[in-house]
Design a protein around this ligand. Structure first.
Ligand SMILES: *Cc1c(COP(=O)(O)O)cnc(C)c1O
Length: 375
């Protein structure tokens, strides 16, 4: 048996005729940049997120950068970000000239905490970027409380958490702005780069749209602000509208696979990253922790089971960000040594999960016999 980390083909096979049709329609209409397909997807995605406004943009990174820029965040400002995230959360901050301030994460969820944000506040803090990592929502009530008291903006990095909810409210609409990526491997993925911003604030949505489109406002020849080109393509939008119809079913598939993992791994000396009460996780990734991570990963690969590490080096230790003083963030640093992302996709079946759990059991019996007995 060969089990990939992600099986996009199984998803696309379900809707192949519709995808082909969408492609052909856009090609015939020549609505390649902006236009009806982008407008339709923006309406679809706003509805899905229970958001008033959605602006389609070029990528998740573009969504983050445009959000910061539209809030006027720039040189001299600090933005609080978790150390355990994809590097784009932090690069977006640097791209607008601001400074990322990395904080440690909760040991059981590996997510940013409100206490961590509180401790990182300075007079220069302008915003906080909670990252709903692995599909698992951050405690947004606590983050919003700290942010409101401090008078700083909340920009959600929901690039891994399509459809996740915190206390029944969809991510993306819990802060001031929510940023999504539709990179092909995300829970909702385009056939290339794509992203979106959602917000309840019309003025902010208009500002983001304008900046993403050369600062245009009103007429194509009137440039209100210095903007850039970070728009969504019509082809990507049309593909996304087709795939969005399947997203709820695919999320169910991911959650079923995650529940199977919970059961199958329950008696093994590994722990799955925990969900906080109130968190509806859409399982972009299924992450376990083990002290034997690297050896286990090799063993699984030798049995045809592909795994990933998200992420092997926390952002604050990346050469791109290490400045004069590198903070010590022990929870994120330790987690980076122990986390392992198991295969996760909507079509991952019972038999595959059982096969993976057995392979983990056998590997750990060799690698960690004492641990195994103790469990
Ligand atoms: C994927 C991702 C991004 C960046 O999205 P792109 O579309 O690849 O630019 C940002 N943040 C997180 C947490 C991500 O997983």
């Amino acid at each position: 048996m060969r089990i990939p980390l992600l099986d996009l083909d199984a998803m696309h096979r379900e809707i192949a005729p519709e995808l082909d049709d969408a492609w052909r329609q856009v090609s015939q209409s020549a609505k390649f940049i902006g236009g009806e397909y982008v407008e339709r997807f923006e309406a679809d995605w706003a509805r899905y997120c229970h958001a008033d406004h959605c602006v389609g943009v070029a990528s998740g990174t573009a969504a983050l950068e445009l959000s910061l820029a539209a809030l006027g965040i720039g040189p001299g400002d600090e933005v609080v970000v978790p150390a355990n995230t994809f590097v784009a959360t932090a690069t977006a901050v640097v791209a607008v000239g601001a400074t990322p301030v990395f904080i440690d994460v909760d040991p059981s969820t590996l997510l940013m905490t409100a206490a961590g944000v509180q401790a990182a506040l300075t007079p220069r803090t302008a915003a906080v970027m909670p990252v709903h990592l692995y599909g698992q929502p951050v405690d947004m009530d606590a983050i919003n409380h700290v942010a409101a008291n401090a008078g700083i903006a909340v920009i959600e990095d929901a690039c891994q958490a399509h459809g996740a909810t915190w206390r029944d409210k969809p991510v993306g609409t819990l802060g001031r702005i929510g940023c999504f990526s539709f990179y092909p491997g995300k829970n909702l993925g385009a056939f290339g780069d794509a992203g979106a911003v959602v917000t309840q604030d019309l003025a902010l949505a208009e500002r983001i749209r304008s900046i993403s489109n050369y600062g245009r406002k009103g007429s194509p020849y009137h440039h209100e602000v210095v903007g850039t080109n970070k728009r969504l393509d019509g082809l990507q939008a049309a593909i996304l509208s087709v795939k969005l119809k399947r997203l709820a079913a695919w999320t169910d598939g991911r959650r079923r696979a995650a529940a199977r993992y919970e059961t199958a791994l329950a008696d093994l000396p590994v722990t799955m990253v925990r969900n906080a009460p109130g968190a509806f996780n859409t399982y972009h990734l299924a992450v376990i922790r083990t002290a034997w991570r690297d050896a286990l990963r090799e063993r699984l690969a030798s049995e045809g089971i592909m795994t990933g590490i998200h992420y092997p080096i926390p952002c604050h230790l990346q050469p791109a960000f290490t400045g004069e003083d590198v903070p010590s963030l022990p929870v994120a640093e330790r987690a980076a040594q122990e986390i392992l992302s198991l295969p996760m996709y909507p079509h991952l079946g019972d038999a595959e999960v059982a096969f993976i759990a057995e392979a983990i059991d056998r590997a750990l019996a060799d690698l960690a016999p004492i641990q195994k007995l103790a469990s």
